[in-house]
Design a protein around this ligand. Structure first.
Ligand SMILES: O=C(O)CCC(=O)C(=O)O
Length: 234
C-alpha cells in the first residue's frame, strides 16, 4: 500500500505540493515584485539601495532585500483557506496562530552554490517525541531553478535521537563537513537534502522542527519565495 501524504509528512517532515496555487494568481504577485524592484533601481538621486546589497554577507542580503519590498495582499493571496485546511490535515487540528507572510527574496549572482557555511537552524525549540508544534509554508512566487537560492531543509531531521534515527550531535558534526563528505554522510544517516526549487505556484509544507537554511543564489534571476508559519496548541 502506498504511504499517504500525511504519512510521508510525519516520516520526512515535509510535503511538496506541486502547482498548489494557480499560476495566474502567483503571476500577479510576481509582477508586483518586479515593478517594486524596478522602482527601487530607479529611485531619484541614482542611489539605488540595491547596489549596497552586495557589500553585505550573502544571507543578510536576503533580509535586506525582502524588507525593501512590499506587496499588499500577499498574505491573503498565499495563505488561503485551502492552504490552512492542508495544514490542519497534517496537524490533525486547526492551527491556533498564523504569522504574517514574509517575502524571501535573494539577489541574483550571489556566488557559487555550496553546502558549506550555511546557516542550518530551527525556528522553535520542540521535542522530536512531542506533537507537531507547527507547519511552515514556503511559497514559490516564480520558478526557482536548482542552485537558485531556494530554502534547503533536512528531511528526517525532526526525528533525531529517536529509535533508528541519527543523534542530534552526529548530525551537527556532519553539517560541518565539506560539500562531498556532507552529501555522502547525510545519505548514510538517512537524512535527505530537500531543495525547495520548482515552479511558480508550488508550495512546501515543513514541520517546524526540521533543520533548514537559506542557500546561495547562483543564478541570474532574483529568487522569489515567501513563507508563513502556522502554530498548533501543544
Ligand atoms: O531565505 C530562506 O530561504 C530561509 C528562510 C528561513 O530560514 C526561515 O524562514 O526560517
Amino acid at each position: 500500500m502506498n504511504a499517504s501524504p500525511t504519512d510521508l509528512f510525519v516520516d520526512q517532515g515535509y510535503l511538496r505540493l506541486e502547482g498548489f496555487h494557480p499560476k495566474k494568481q502567483v503571476a500577479g504577485i510576481r509582477q508586483k515584485l518586479l515593478d517594486e524592484l524596478k522602482r527601487l533601481k530607479a529611485l531619484p538621486g541614482g542611489k539605488s539601495p540595491l547596489g549596497s546589497l552586495q557589500k553585505l554577507p550573502v544571507f543578510q542580503q536576503i533580509g535586506k532585500l525582502s524588507a525593501l519590498v512590499k506587496v499588499p495582499g500577499l498574505h491573503a493571496a498565499l495563505v488561503t483557506p485551502s492552504l490552512i485546511e492542508r495544514v490542519a490535515q497534517l496537524g490533525g487540528r486547526a492551527p491556533t496562530g498564523i504569522q504574517d507572510t514574509q517575502l524571501l527574496l535573494s539577489p541574483p549572482h550571489q556566488g557559487t552554490w555550496t553546502l558549506e557555511g550555511l546557516n542550518w537552524h530551527v525556528d522553535i525549540a520542540a521535542r522530536p517525541q512531542g506533537p507537531l508544534p507547527g507547519v511552515q509554508a514556503f511559497f514559490l512566487i516564480d520558478d526557482v531553478a536548482p542552485g537558485g537560492g531556494a530554502t534547503l531543509a533536512l528531511a528526517g531531521s525532526h526525528r533525531v535521537d529517536m529509535p533508528g534515527r541519527p543523534s542530534a550531535s552526529r548530525l551537527r558534526e556532519v553539517l560541518k563537513a565539506t560539500n562531498e563528505d556532507m552529501a555522502r554522510d547525510l545519505a548514510q544517516l538517512g537524512i535527505g537534502i530537500v531543495e525547495m526549487s520548482g515552479r511558480a505556484g508550488d508550495v512546501f509544507l515543513m514541520d517546524l522542527r526540521l533543520l533548514h537554511t537559506p542557500s546561495v543564489n547562483a543564478t541570474k534571476n532574483v529568487r522569489m519565495m515567501a513563507t508563513a508559519r502556522c502554530f498548533f496548541n501543544t
